[in-house]
Ligand binder design. Structure first.
Ligand SMILES: NC(=O)C1=CN([C@@H]2O[C@H](COP(=O)(O)OP(=O)(O)OC[C@H]3O[C@@H](n4cnc5c(N)ncnc54)[C@H](OP(=O)(O)O)[C@@H]3O)[C@@H](O)[C@H]2O)C=CC1
Ligand SMILES: O=C(O)[C@@H]1CCC=N1
Length: 273
């Protein structure tokens, strides 16, 4: 792929995850720039990954062709307005990773720059195991779409959606969902410890079971996930009892409502920011 010069505006958790994955998977560090108001995160990125850094957004933008908008949604408007004042944005491709900010709103914030692709990545990108949803409006060229897709393929799987509203569903299913799995594992580890297993062993038990389960899902695409569940569930056995307890507490409903809450928050952010 082309290794266009790319600037990450905001060097927080998500930028760090994507940049780590990019460098580990062969995107040249010399073509990756990041800016951030405070220094420590930049220094860490420079020292560990060898990328170019600056505390000035305008400075990195001036040197790059692709700009990743990676600040918190509530800070995006101010940051874009400051950038637009630098008069260095014409012709550049913008890739937003922000939750809840529609392309149209981002174009307004960028004061008329219209080459904006909206994406929703997740933090496992740092290990090359990311999942990113992408949406490109009609004015985006095939070359820019291909670049954005290939860029994010460096850090995991990608899925294009053809309606922008579906990006909110990508947030609920993949952007936010690593945290759901962490919360589930935390609860399991806690209960294993309560039952008498020591802290480290409890962690090993739940993390290895989760990894094994995830690998089984990935390696058996021909099987529905429900079939993999059935294979563990001996008639009259222990798993059946645990699953009965999940059902009695409406696990599916809990999950559905939580994902709907994530979508609703994304929609609320679109109205607020
Ligand atoms: N975390 C996640 O799992 C995911 C996050 N996202 C999206 O990624 C974006 C960033 O989130 P996340 O990385 O978690 O947040 P972080 O707070 O970790 O990172 C945001 C960074 O932006 C910096 N920043 C603040 N103001 C400016 C500015 N004016 N110019 C440049 N940088 C600035 C902050 O610097 P400082 O701390 O020094 O103030 C901080 O380092 C959000 O829009 C979020 O919706 C998307 C998918 C997943
Ligand atoms: O919690 C958030 O708003 C961001 C978007 C998806 C993951 N983190």
């Amino acid at each position: 792929m082309q290794h266009r010069k790319i600037a990450f505006i905001g060097a927080g958790n998500m930028s760090k995850s994507i940049i780590s994955g990019l460098v580990k998977n062969g995107y040249p560090a010399s073509s990756i720039f990041a800016s951030n108001p405070s220094r420590p995160k930049l220094d860490e990125l420079h020292n560990t990954l060898g990328i170019q850094i600056s505390q000035s957004n305008a400075e990195v933008v001036a040197q790059c062709d692709v700009i990743v908008l990676a600040v918190k949604p509530q800070l995006m408007e101010q940051m874009c307005s400051d950038l637009a004042a630098s008069n260095t944005l014409d012709g550049k491709l913008f890739i937003s990773i922000a939750a809840g900010l529609p392309v149209k709103r981002l174009q307004e914030m960028l004061q008329g720059q219209d080459k904006v692709i909206r994406t929703m990545p997740n933090t496992p990108s740092a290990l090359g195991k990311g999942m990113t949803g992408l949406f490109a409006p009609e004015n985006i060229s095939t070359a820019d779409k291909e670049y954005a897709g290939q860029l994010l393929k460096h850090v995991g799987e990608i899925a294009w959606v053809n309606e922008e509203s579906l990006i909110d569903s990508v947030i609920a299913a993949a952007g936010s969902s690593p945290a759901y799995f962490f919360a589930f594992l935390e609860a399991m580890q806690q209960e294993a410890e309560r039952q008498g297993i020591d802290h480290d062993t409890a962690r090993l038990l739940v993390q290895q079971a989760m990894l094994g389960a995830a690998e089984m899902v990935c390696h058996n695409p021909q099987l529905e996930i429900s079939e993999l569940r059935a294979q563990v569930t001996s008639k009259g056995g222990t798993t059946a009892k645990a699953l009965e307890s999940f059902a009695a507490h409406n696990l599916s409903d809990i999950v559905a409502k939580s994902m709907q809450a994530a979508v609703a928050r994304a929609q609320e952010m679109a109205r607020t920011f």
